[in-house]
Design a protein around this ligand. Structure first.
Ligand SMILES: NC(=O)c1ccc[n+]([C@@H]2O[C@H](COP(=O)([O-])OP(=O)(O)OC[C@H]3O[C@@H](n4cnc5c(N)ncnc54)[C@H](OP(=O)(O)O)[C@@H]3O)[C@@H](O)[C@H]2O)c1
Length: 328
């Protein structure tokens, strides 16, 4: 057992001999969450994956030892994520209880009375009775046509609490919330968010927000973990790339790929990582992280790349109230 930041990293406690490779963190509601999740968003890198590639990726990931899958209503791949999970269960790779499934509520379902039906629709698509974690995807509410809708996320949170009380999700949390938005939920709610899923990578290290959440006992899931170390068709983005001397040095020292160095850097900061891949070898590589760790100096060295530069800026929403970026 090892302590990182305010989190205890512990075995997930699954009895199966095929139990996953990644340890778990204990959430503030007592549930356990594996610290490596397969990302299934399809549209943020240079090439988008097809939904069938996602189905296959989920299966390969479970085969490789992943026990956590991150999806969302807005990724439009919940049926294929569910199929990949069912295939793995039917082939006795894993049981439902050994898996941790995260999905997210999009902004066009932010009214309190819309939250439970939205989660039921996700569950129906996934073919599951419950998810392990349900997140408000973004603090801004929108209408179906994408225009602004005046719904306070505190109202949405009441719907999330109901979904949890009904047993449709084991844990509830938020995504892309800044520190004051997290604080406002805490100050006005019965159930605290268990998780804040935010972008974290070498060019967006988010040290203040990560610390804020961890000190409150809110786990941080880090999306787009590779930043611009992988190809994003964005040559003007700040370094590092995979051939950066710092990453090459650490890569040689630990006999790991630069992408594995980045994932381990995030884990050593107490962050749950969500690497996306639809390639079998890279899926396996992205969970092969538990035979080395970075020291504090090496974590600081990678923090030094920070430029507060995002892979994903949700620019379509930037003029709406409650847009979270800009403040930490
Ligand atoms: N909550 C939110 O608002 C939010 C926003 C964005 C993303 N997310 C979640 O976070 C996940 C990850 O984010 P992301 O997809 O933006 O970025 P990412 O995981 O940082 O990067 C994905 C890209 O890296 C490539 N890749 C993966 N492993 C690699 C390796 N070992 N070596 C070289 N290249 C590798 C992938 O290509 P291949 O597939 O070809 O390997 C893909 O092009 C998403 O899938 C989604 O689940 C959440």
């Amino acid at each position: 057992m090892r302590r990182i930041s305010s989190f205890v990293v512990l075995l997930c406690g699954f009895s199966s001999a095929l139990a996953g490779l990644a340890p778990c963190v204990e959430l503030n509601d007592g549930n356990k969450m594996p610290i490596v999740a397969l990302g299934t968003g399809r549209g943020t890198a240079s090439e988008s994956a097809s939904v069938d590639e996602v189905r296959q990726a989920v299966y390969w990931a479970i085969e490789a030892g992943y026990r956590h899958v991150d999806t969302a209503a807005i990724y439009f791949d919940e049926p294929e994520v569910g199929q990949g999970i069912r295939d793995a269960i039917n082939n006795n790779l894993v049981t439902r209880e050994e898996l941790f499934v995260t999905t997210k509520l999009w902004g066009d379902k932010h009214r309190e009375q819309d939250v439970v039906p939205a989660l039921k629709e996700s569950l129906q698509k996934l073919g599951l009775d419950y998810v392990d974690l349900y997140l408000i995807h973004f603090p801004v509410a929108v209408k179906e046509d994408g225009s602004y809708d005046d719904v306070d996320y505190l109202e949405t949170w009441r719907g999330m609490e109901k979904a949890r009380a009904l047993g449709l999700t084991r844990s509830i949390g938020v995504s892309n919330f800044n520190a004051s938005q997290v604080d406002r939920i805490i100050a006005n709610s019965r159930v605290w968010p268990a998780v804040n899923e935010i972008e974290v990578n070498p060019t967006l290290t988010q040290e203040a927000l990560v610390t804020h959440c961890l000190e409150l006992g809110i786990a941080v899931m880090g999306f787009s973990p590779f930043g611009f170390v992988v190809s994003r068709n964005n040559p003007n983005a700040p370094p590092p790339r995979a051939d950066d001397p710092v990453l090459v040095h650490l890569s040689n020292k630990y006999h790991k790929a630069p992408t594995q160095i980045i994932l381990r850097y995030l884990i050593d900061r107490g962050i749950v990582v969500i690497p996306k891949s639809v390639n079998k070898k890279r899926i396996e590589q992205n969970i092969d992280l538990f035979d080395f760790s970075l020291n504090d100096e090496e974590v600081k060295l990678i923090n030094g790349f920070n430029k507060n530069h995002r892979v994903i800026d949700f620019a379509d929403l930037k003029d709406y109230p409650n847009f979270p970026y800009g403040e930490y």
